[in-house]
Design a protein around this ligand. Structure first.
Ligand code: NDP
Length: 311
């Protein structure tokens, strides 16, 4: 059975950057890419805020380039999804979906997070056909159209505001009468004449035809009254869920399932196990911050191996 100095779980910006740094340190890392190689950025179009690309770069291209860069220095990639770990044993044991076992002196967990959806019938099949969780990715398709955004946090404010660049009207549907978003972001929404807030309400049904979404039923949670509204786009902004189900009971997670790290470092409470990117960050969630924490995790793993005298 192959034994690796570093096994990286996940292949978004955090995983690729950790692979690049550990490969350049001659640690011959193994990357287990997961169910969505490249992570959330592969579902975006143009990335305009990753430094170094003055004209922007397509998300999937950025991920492919990061992978090629890590491969150039000897990182090994396998198209496998981790389903089980044993972090009590040394070396650590990692299992993929086929039961294949990998032994690791250090583990860098970079499995990211996934957008939450409402769980309505037809919702998943309408993703990309009117239902989205990323205004930055899909807003462009809604020029002069009416769209709905669900949520009351900073993401919902940001998405609603961003969508006004394209849409003729944005309805912001929130289940309470108070937003949890920060005051400046709320103010920006409340001042925007293109945004109308629909409070104490939820989207209770999706209406579609063969072309995709064409309406939503909005239910007022106080009166119970439901009404059909025509729309072309529905954007979910109700938070993200970290991809940590396989880690439950193996590493400390917070109440939302994000990995708990120590004192702003990529260290978990298990020496030799590190976490990077969105799987441990519910706040910044940027490609550049994920890449930065992937670098930090790699440097910590390298130092840990030196301290343990593992060559
Ligand atoms: P949050 O968890 O902060 O907010 C989620 C929102 O969705 C809440 O208003 C919640 O309602 C609502 N919601 C959750 N589940 C449902 C449901 N099933 N049905 C209807 N509504 C639901 O997530 P965000 O993604 O907004 O933010 C995550 C973190 O990222 C926060 O810390 C935020 O501050 C940060 N962030 C910062 C930004 C910035 O500073 N530029 C931009 C974006 C995010 P309720 O309020 O009733 O619980």
């Amino acid at each position: 059975m192959e034994r690796y100095k570093v096994v990286i779980i996940g292949s978004g910006p955090a995983g690729h950057t950790a692979a690049l740094y550990t490969a350049r340190a001659n640690l011959e890392p193994l990357v287990l890419e997961g169910i969505q190689p490249g992570g959330q950025l592969t579902t975006t179009t143009e990335v305009e805020n990753f430094p170094g690309f003055e004209d922007g770069i397509m998300g999937p291209v950025l991920m492919e380039n990061m992978k090629k860069q890590a491969l150039r220095f000897g990182a090994k990639y396998l198209s496998k999804t981790v389903t089980k770990v044993d972090l009590k044993k040394r070396p650590f044991q990692i299992f993929d979906e086929s039961g294949q076992q990998y032994l690791a002196e250090t583990v860098i967990i970079a499995t990211g997070a996934s957008a939450l959806y409402l769980g309505l019938p037809k919702e998943k099949e309408l993703i990309g056909k009117g239902v989205s969780a990323c205004a930055t990715c899909d807003g462009f398709f809604y020029k002069n159209k009416i769209v709905y955004v669900v949520g009351g946090g900073d993401t919902a404010m940001e998405e609603a505001t961003f969508l006004t660049k394209f849409a003729s009207k944005v309805y912001l549907v929130h289940r309470r009468d108070q937003f949890r978003a920060s005051k400046p972001m709320q103010d920006r929404v409340l001042k925007n004449p293109k945004i109308e807030c629909v409070l104490n309400s939820t989207v209770s049904e999706l209406i579609s035809d063969s072309q995709g979404l064409n309406g939503v039923v909005i239910t007022n949670l106080l009166t119970g009254e439901s009404k059909l509204h025509k729309t072309d786009g529905l954007f979910m902004a109700i938070g993200h869920s970290p991809n940590t189900r396989f880690l439950q009971g193996h590493v400390a997670l917070d109440e939302k399932g994000f990995i708990k790290t120590l004192h702003g470092t990529p260290e978990t409470e298990i020496p030799g196990v590190f976490a990077a990117g969105d799987v441990q960050d519910s706040y910044y969630r940027q490609a550049i911050t994920a890449a930065g924490s992937g670098c930090q995790a790699a440097l910590r793993a390298e130092r840990y191996l030196v301290e343990q005298d593992i060559h």
